[in-house]
Write a protein that binds this ligand. Sequence first.
Ligand code: DC
Length: 212
Amino acid sequence: MSSPRVIAIDGPAGSGKSTIARALADHLGLEYLDTGAMYRAVAFAALRARIDPGEAAAVVAVAQAMDLVLDRTSCVVDGVDATEAIRGAEVTAAVSTVAAVAEVRKELVERQRAWVAERGGGVVEGRDIGSVVFPDARLKVYLTASPEVRARRRAGEIGDADVEWVAADIRRRDDADSGRVASPLVAADGSVTIDTSDLGIDEVVAVIVGLL
Ligand code: DC
């Protein structure tokens, strides 16, 4: 699939993906898609239906039936505002299990491609955007940061969270996301890796714009 107007931003939790992808989309006047929010929405819908996230077949059915309205400020799942809940501890604990199910990924990848086809392009962030969803993206960026910086960023987003606890949670999700069989987190072929540990948002955006 040729996707000349897609900019793929991948990387682990706390690497700065969402912040950078949004700022880049604003800078370029492009739309922005947070695919992590889509996996979180499936976890939310499963939990709401009282389905165990480990019950793959039931989770797949939920994903396929899910009505998802996602934009930059809100996430509505089957008519229910899930904007805050998808960032909560319950969904965060379940999302890696749900994201490891190949049929769930297939469903969401189709929706991601349809989203881009409707808009003619955009900045798309996730874990497998450059490797699987849009291998022909115009530019593929893989963001990283040191584990300490990532934990501090995530703890800051959550509020008063304990940095040690967040660091352990990030490690658990890194292992799950990198170790799974279906579309593991990897730096895609042809991607450019940027370490954001010591860079500000504007600096990272400037580097990416320079690459374009
Ligand atoms: O970026 P995030 O933390 O909101 O992502 C939530 C989870 O979804 C994360 O554990 C990995 C998974 N994910 C994925 O497997 N593929 C994507 N394209 C985006 C997210």
